[in-house]
Design a binder for this molecule. Structure first.
Ligand code: GN1
Ligand code: MG
Length: 373
């Protein structure tokens, strides 16, 4: 594969000649490589990605969205933060001017400049970094509030339509093509028992009582880069699912991935718990940036957002386990079932602490009063 990436790189206008290619294994969907060139005696790094077109059925639309979003943010930042090129991913167009290159196998490739001196975390090492990461996702949402019409393409239809995901889960469960349901009886019962929570947000949106915004939709903690020395937020990554959605889903996915010190596939479930100080740090960081414009109904549903997005993630992992591991990359037998277990445990942990978590949200927003009335 590294040789292929060098050949692919030939279709993009890079500085210098490709020297080395190394895979990056984080991320469950796309294939990612870092390619290094030498230009004028200096090493220059690029990120190359093969877009998973089983997941993203229309990669040109994905790239159209990303170009619009990155250009918009660059334009916004150029007024306030000139010279801060690393705050923003930069798409390198292919030689034919498109935002991607399609190879002979029909695969779509894209290239970004590499952001140096910044790191991502799969599990976040301190509450202060958690707060900063959450602030970054709030900042990102704020920058997209005035993205000019039309709305972005829906790159994965019904991405956070939890009811639709539940319906699909029901179909896969009925087939049980791999005879795996017998290993997940308690998890299946849990999903069916909690089905009603899927209706809450769609009902509010349907009644016009809940804003639909341009949001990130995949705010997993490793999708934000922080400066490797100071810890200050640098840049938001993984823009494939930036599209219309709900701010509470973004907050929720952060809570899912950063308020628990254990990994998403941790097998020791005693380590899997929503830790209040981490949750509080995330809430404070998010409030810092969003308090000026987040509607009261959104604030009141931040904890619910964490519950529903974690429940949805449980349904997604369980569905993929039953379907034979076709969507998420797996690295061991039962990987998707292990992931299902952690997500179920997190939902239970949110339910157990719901009242006190809501109290922490209220406190964070009181300390960061906005101008929403
Ligand atoms: C996928 O690619 P990655 O790892 O950032 C998935 C997210 C899930 C996440 C679970 C397009 O994200 O929705 O929350 O795995 N992305 C897509 O870890 O399905
Ligand atoms: Mg992703």
């Amino acid at each position: 594969m590294p040789q292929d990436v060098v050949a692919i790189a030939g279709h993009f206008d890079l500085a210098g000649r490709p020297e080395t290619v190394a895979p990056i294994t984080a991320g469950h969907i796309n294939d990612t490589y870092v390619l290094t060139t030498t230009a004028g005696g200096k090493a220059v790094r690029y990120v190359f990605q093969r877009i998973n077109h089983y997941v993203f059925r229309n990669p040109p639309q994905v790239m159209e969205n990303i170009l619009r979003v990155t250009e918009h943010i660059r334009e916004r930042l150029s007024h306030t933060e000139p010279g801060l090129a690393r705050r923003q991913l930069r798409v390198i167009p292919a030689r034919d001017g498109q935002g991607y290159y399609q190879d002979a196998d029909g695969d779509f490739w894209r290239a970004y400049t590499y952001i140096e001196n910044a790191v991502t975390y799969d599990t976040i090492p301190s509450t202060s970094l958690a707060q900063e990461a959450a602030r970054m996702f709030g900042w990102f949402q704020g920058l997209l509030r005035d993205l000019p019409a039309p709305p972005l393409h829906e790159t994965i239809p019904g991405f956070h339509d939890t009811s639709r995901r539940l319906e699909y889960f029901g179909q896969i469960l009925k087939k049980d093509a791999f005879n795996r349901a017998r290993h997940a009886a308690a998890e299946i019962d849990f999903v069916l028992e909690h089905a009603a929570i899927c209706e809450v947000l769609p009902n509010l949106v349907g009644q016009g009582r809940f804003p639909v915004r341009t949001v990130h939709n995949d705010t997993k903690i490793n999708n934000v880069m922080l400066d490797e020395v100071s810890g200050t937020g640098v840049c938001i990554l993984d823009l494939d699912t930036v599209m219309p959605g709900l701010s509470v889903h973004d907050f929720g996915d952060l809570v899912r991935t950063a308020s628990c010190p254990a990994a998403e596939d941790e097998r020791d479930l005693s380590k899997v718990v929503i830790d209040a100080p981490w949750f509080e740090a995330l809430t404070r960081g998010f409030a810092q940036e969003t308090c000026r414009w987040l509607a009261p109904v959104e604030r009141d549903h931040l904890v619910f957002g964490a519950k529903i997005i974690t429940f949805e993630q449980m349904v997604r992992f369980l569905t993929d386990y039953l379907a034979g591991d076709v969507y998420y990359k797996v690295h061991r037998e039962g990987h998707n079932l292990d992931r299902t277990h952690t997500q179920m445990r997190l939902v239970q942990s949110i339910i157990e602490q719901e009242e006190s978590l809501n109290g922490l949200v209220r406190r964070a927003f009181q300390d960061n009063p906005g101008d929403t009335t």
